[in-house]
Design a protein around this ligand. Structure first.
Ligand SMILES: C[S@@+](CC[C@H](N)C(=O)[O-])C[C@H]1O[C@@H](n2cnc3c(N)ncnc32)[C@H](O)[C@@H]1O
Length: 460
């Protein structure tokens, strides 16, 4: 990898026009291929990551690099890695993210997928006329109308009947989207907030039709992905297998990285911007769909205890552990590693003491993560981070500066960086802390992209 060339390539693109990375107009951020199916909070702009990946690959010497996304989310980077024919590794602590990653990266025979689609539609029609066992879990009647429970139970029963796990995952991913749309939770926030009773009473969503339409849409998206992979030689001769290796792990990326012996050439990712409770609640967003799914269909490591409260997934995510009075000395030591974090937390301490504790807890975990990942990067390995700056007490927390300072402890040096304006993102302003009065504010209107290289003669 020529780091100097990499830097000048990125800088050249950034200088090309002031909104190069914004992806507007005819370079718009359309979600092509399987990127288009199923929504997930804070999804990346696929075309921007494609361009970033192409620049990195043009400078990489290793012809068979392994691409890692340690916060894989809906799988944007993994799909882009497949379009380039790379070996890919994705990790996420959220089982919904893992379902999406596995669904999007699994090669299914197109004819078989079409056939199973016809079969499930017939099955749904049959089940409509049959008395079926309705699904149940604690709180189901709060979050779903009687009509939704009945329709979703039909869909669930029909999916379970399919005997092919890959097809079932494809159906579950489609089903998740329907669960979200027909639930009684407001859709203006990622957190679970019950709708006004009048809105619940006027429920008119048709879950069965929605499933059928969404399924057709997803099949089309999959076919365009499959055809492109095949046409560009990324599949084997008969089109039944992807030529590269794919590994998708449900779990905490710190734990995984501390254990694995594998080393990586290239990392592209967008980490959380803060703990899930006070920024984007990936867990709350996912818990309702997950309560409907058969856990074992997603991953054998999926323990359904994670779903016993609405906060289980958020609690095991970065910065999610309780911090109440017990902020330990060890966790506070992260303040010594970043001057920006130290100054910012002192500044907001008097306005938002509780949030400062959460902020420090998050960065303490994030620092452990950086320590773990830096040890698994080959010399000269490149990592590209898409970051957002959140606000606390009306102060923007400068994650980009904090990241640079923390990385300097781990032989990760900044190559270059650029900024883009965010388009088409549902703002998490409802959940963003803005001080004790929690008044709503617009946050995260810009994203920062930072490129780091692992120093070539770094100590192991
Ligand atoms: C900004 S999102 C990634 C979105 C993704 N780039 C996409 O395009 O969909 C951050 C992800 O980090 C995950 N996460 C948070 N803490 C984690 C941890 N300790 N280990 C692994 N994943 C974690 C969250 O579940 C979430 O999916």
């Amino acid at each position: 990898m020529s780091i100097e060339n990499l830097k000048s390539k990125f800088n050249q693109l950034t200088l090309e026009s002031k909104d190069h990375w914004d992806y507007r107009g005819n370079r718009k951020s359309e979600r092509d291929y399987v990127h288009g199916f199923c929504t997930y909070p804070a999804m990346m702009v696929p075309k921007m990551q494609r361009e970033i990946l192409e620049v990195c690959l043009s400078q990489l010497e290793n012809e068979h690099p392994i691409l890692l996304d340690p916060f894989a989310g809906s799988g944007t980077i993994l799909v882009e890695g497949m379009l380039q024919g790379l070996d890919i590794v994705g990790i996420d602590v959220n089982p919904l993210a893992i379902l999406l990653c596995k669904t999007k990266t699994t090669i299914i025979n197109p004819e078989s997928l079409k056939q199973h689609t016809i079969t499930i539609k017939n099955e749904i029609t049959k089940l409509k006329e049959t008395k079926i066992l309705k699904h149940s879990f604690e709180g189901i009647e709060k979050w779903f109308t009687a009509q939704a429970i009945s329709d979703l139970s039909i869909l669930r029963n029909a999916i379970i009947k399919d005997n092919d796990i890959n097809i079932r995952r494809f159906f579950w991913a489609t089903f998740c989207e329907v669960v979200r749309i027909v639930s009684n939770s407001r859709d203006c926030t990622y957190k679970l907030h019950i709708k006004e009773q009048s809105d619940i009473d006027s429920y008119d969503k048709q879950a069965l039709e929605l499933f059928s339409k969404t399924l057709d849409f997803n099949v089309d998206k999959y076919l365009s992905f499959y055809n492109t992979l095949r046409a560009t030689g990324k599949l084997n001769k008969d089109g039944s297998l992807y030529r590269g290796k794919i590994k998708i792990i449900l779990g905490d990326s710190i734990k995984y990285l501390n254990h694995t012996k594998q080393k990586f050439d290239l990392i592209l990712t967008s980490p959380p911007y803060g703990d899930n409770h006070t920024t984007v609640s990936y867990g709350q967003y996912s818990v309702m769909p997950l309560r409907w799914i058969v856990c074992a269909d997603i991953d054998e490591a999926f323990d359904d205890k994670l779903l016993s409260t609405l906060y289980g997934i958020d609690n095991v995510s970065l910065g999610g552990k309780s911090t109440n009075q017990s902020m330990t000395k060890k966790r506070k030591s992260v303040l010594l590693k970043s001057q920006t974090l130290k100054l910012q937390s002192e500044k907001i301490q008097s306005l938002a003491a509780k949030q400062v504790n959460k902020l420090v807890a998050f960065y303490s975990d994030y620092d452990l993560f950086l320590s773990a990942i830096s040890k698994k990067m080959k010399p000269n390995a490149v990592s590209v981070w898409t970051l957002g700056n959140r606000q606390i007490a009306k102060q923007e927390i400068l994650m980009n500066n904090i990241m640079i300072e923390l990385c300097s402890n781990y032989q990760l040096s900044l190559v270059t960086g650029f900024t883009r304006k965010i388009l088409n993102k549902r703002m998490p302003e409802v959940s963003a802390y803005t001080g004790e009065n929690k008044e709503s504010q617009t946050t995260m209107t810009r994203e920062h992209i930072l490129v780091f290289a692992k120093e070539a003669q770094a100590n192991e």
